[in-house]
Ligand binder design. Structure first.
Ligand code: ADP
Ligand code: MG
Length: 728
């Protein structure tokens, strides 16, 4: 078949033949490979269906007999779709997903076999997962790890495997994964928010947290990345001179998507549809070869699962298109990094978004209640939020030389700032009839109108209110959203419990009316949380100074940031909500520090290796060519050769200087690594890797990048930035 070429890319966009499988409506593909409510309704008895629904809605246990029935229906459904294996799919503390496939197939004699899958296999498994990080929780010999079915996230088929989302816990019930604490936090916020929502609507019985993530990533030609040991082993470039053209022209952002990328995106979206991941938008990002994908928001636990699954699917589909997806937060120095905005809100079972202003003053008071409580929660626990997004890779984005900073602040826009300013002046205690009417008409009553034309958009804020949700923007592109979502939902739950207590106290003990009590408590919260609010340019130097004056934390590195995750305040928060106990919290801390050390250690080794085994030999080779050249010129020109060899002689000297620089710096870095490895605690090790080892990276890189500019392009062994960033 001959390929038609169209001049305009836009034309191509429209007329490029669709891959066969993509024909037909997306909506018809949606959720085809998901064992969802509809399938359950069709394939289960009423009793079994109701028991799954109750497990989803109120967390009740599923009876063993019914579990057998559900497993059998799941198996038949999976077999009808060509599945041959099943797996408990979970998210260990590596941040990635894990699975161990078992076949349905089971021989019952040497001539006969059947497909088997029962309630026992559905509900619980004991994977041989001894090498997953556990931070000391599973040190003893009895402490085995179990995976247990999470019915709130539906099973799905990926490839030919039935995947059952599960939690991963130790024999003693302690969390060994990212999902368990998240589920506990979601339960806590459900309870706390439901109680508060009942002030406004007695029929509310459940509140769910919603999450809509936006995934940024780079897409680079696979063959090109394979030539870079740093990209292969560390996921980012450890050296490479910036190209003549970078992102200065901003010509990539929202530009037309290159064909090859588009065809990758189509395949990806197709798979997402089948898996029930409601991806909706796609576009180019700011940097060359950087893109973004965003779904429609979902219940937070499901959204977290979908993001983890998506990253896996992206890798696999990219390989088919000879691309490599870079999820690293900062794959290229000097070029924009990637994040994963977490859009978050709370929604009632009656279908109300609690962070969306409504049409009546009462609904707006409800909105303000949840809005201000969230701000207060972030104010009280900003350091914990920072710790939840800390990683060796995200450090290159937050707090490094380039924006955004590691300071957490909240942006709400000028209109809502005005509303909060007015609420701050509400009288103490009982309100006069005039004040009540005034509040109703002029403050609370006006919110929907003002928000409608509220075009405030502050892209530099790490935690911004965007009309009907908050957007936590500091999450790293590589991160598992479970961590920040566990923190956010926990701190809001805690805050709402506190709020309810205070309001009830004013009503019961001080005789205030409900709305008076609410206004009174909100007024105090607005005052108490003022320092977290910032409307200006979050990327500016002035803000760093101002934030320091306000006493906001600015933990620039992971070892520093993680300390808040084990503070007494954090411990109290988690224990009182039942999200994590002290052992679980400390285990996580250890694991994250160890992970940090390993990442920097690997990068150090890779950098040393590239500098010594790729860069230096190449530089010497080129230097030899220059020396040969000078020798030849001497032969030709005799004593006048210097007139003709000035540039060469300079280069020869410079190259020697940079080689010597690399050599001595790599030695010093290696010594620091050895010294760090001898330290006793994970905390000391991480600090040493951060403060003693890591600073050499930039220095070593400096010499390598200088050599890249001097050495013959044809001899340079590493694919350059311009090729990595502009090949499509
Ligand atoms: P942007 O931040 O790029 O302007 P949008 O405003 O379109 O993007 O929304 C970004 C994300 O926010 C989407 O994934 C969307 O589904 C999600 N979102 C919208 N409303 C909510 C909500 N109530 N709760 C959680 N996420 C939401
Ligand atoms: Mg966004």
């Amino acid at each position: 078949m001959s390929k038609i070429r169209f001049d305009s890319v836009r034309e191509t966009f429209r007329r490029e033949p669709m891959p066969v499988a993509s024909r037909g409506k997306r909506s018809e593909l949606f959720g085809v490979n998901v064992f969802n409510e509809m399938v359950m309704r069709e394939s289960l008895s009423k009793e079994a269906y109701n028991s799954v629904m109750a497990a989803i809605e109120v967390g009740s246990r599923i009876d063993r007999k019914l579990a057998d029935e559900i497993a059998s229906a799941m198996k038949n459904w999976a077999l009808s779709k060509g599945a041959t294996h099943y797996t408990h799919w979970f998210q260990p503390l590596t941040g990635a997903t894990a699975e161990k496939h078992d076949a349905f197939f089971e021989p019952i004699s040497n001539a006969h076999a059947v497909e088997k899958f029962g309630g026992a296999q559905l509900v619980q498994q004991e994977p041989d997962a001894s090498s997953f990080p556990h931070g000391g929780i599973r040190n003893t010999f009895e402490a085995r790890g179990y995976t247990a079915w999470d019915p709130t996230s539906p099973a799905f088929i990926y490839g030919t495997t039935l995947c059952i989302p599960t939690v991963f816990v130790s024999y003693t019930g302690e969390a060994l994964d990212n999902k368990t604490p998240l589920l506990r936090a979601l339960q806590a916020v459900d309870q706390a928010a439901t109680e508060v929502a009942k002030y406004f609507d007695k029929t509310v019985t459940k509140v769910i947290a919603t999450l809509g993530w936006e995934q940024e990533y780079f897409l680079v030609d696979k063959a090109l990345t394979s030539s870079r040991p740093d990209l292969v082993l560390a996921g980012r470039t450890l050296l490479g001179h910036s190209p003549a053209k970078g992102q200065q022209l901003d010509d990539h952002y929202f530009g037309s998507i290159p064909d090859r990328v588009l065809s990758y995106m189509r395949d990806l979206e197709q798979e997402c549809m089948l898996l029930g991941i409601p991806v909706k938008t796609r576009h180019n990002e700011v940097a060359p070869n950087q893109f973004e994908l965003a779904p429609i928001f979902e219940e937070a636990n499901l959204a977290v699962d979908h993001n983890s699954l998506l990253m896996d699917v992206m890798d696999k589909i990219a390989a088919k298109h000879n691309f490599k997806v870079l999820f690293h937060e900062k794959p290229f120095a000097g070029i924009n990094g990637s994040g994963k905005h977490n859009n978050w809100s709370l929604s009632t079972n009656t279908g109300v978004n609690l962070l969306s202003p409504g049409s009546t003053p009462m609904k707006n008071l409800q909105f303000l209640t949840f809005f201000i409580n969230t701000i207060k929660a972030v104010h009280d626990h900003e350091e914990l939020i920072r710790s939840a997004i800390a990683s060796a890779t995200n450090d290159h984005r937050l707090g490094a030389n380039e924006a955004p900073p590691a300071i957490i602040s909240v942006f709400i826009g000028s209109q809502l700032t005005k509303v909060l300013d007015e609420l701050e002046d509400v009288s103490k205690g009982k309100l006069s009839p005039k004040e009540k009417t005034d509040l109703k008409l002029n403050v609370v009553g006006k919110i929907p109108e003002i928000l409608l034309d509220n075009t405030d958009r502050n892209r530099t804020s790490p935690f911004a209110f965007t009309g009907n949700k908050f957007e936590l923007r500091a999450v790293g592109s590589k991160a598992n959203c479970a961590k920040p979502m566990t923190v956010l939902n926990s701190i809001v739950a805690n805050q709402l419990i506190e709020f309810k207590k205070e309001v009830d106290h004013l009503i019961d003990k001080k005789g205030l009316k409900k709305d008076e009590a609410i206004f009174n408590v909100l007024r105090e919260y607005i005052k108490a949380s003022k320092k977290i609010r910032f409307e200006g340019d979050g990327y500016s130097d002035e803000w760093e100074k101002e934030a320091a004056k306000r006493g906001l934390s600015n933990n620039k590195t992971t070892p520093e940031a993680l300390k808040a995750s084990v503070s007494e305040k954090t411990m109290k928060l988690y224990e009182s909500l039942g999200v994590m106990n002290a052992r679980e919290v400390h285990a996580r801390y250890e694991i994250e520090l160890e992970e940090y050390v390993m990442k920097v250690q690997i990068e150090g080794r890779v950098l040393g290796d590239i500098a010594r085994n790729h860069v230096i030999p190449t530089a010497i080779g080129y230097q030899n060519t220059l020396i040969e050249n000078v020798r030849g010129l001497k032969e030709v020109f005799g004593s006048e050769f210097k007139d003709h060899a000035a540039e060469q002689m300079e280069l020869i000297k410079s190259i020697s200087g940079h080689i010597a620089g690399i050599n001595s710096l790599v030695n010093k870095m290696t010594d620091e690594r050895r010294a760090a490895n001898k330290l006793g605690t994970a905390q000391e090790k991480a600090a040493a890797y951060c403060n003693k080892v890591l600073p050499y990276f930039e220095e070593i890189r400096y010499h390598c990048d200088k050599l890249e500019l001097m050495v013959d392009d044809a001899q340079w062994p590493l694919t350059k930035y311009r090729e990595l960033l502009f090949t499509r």
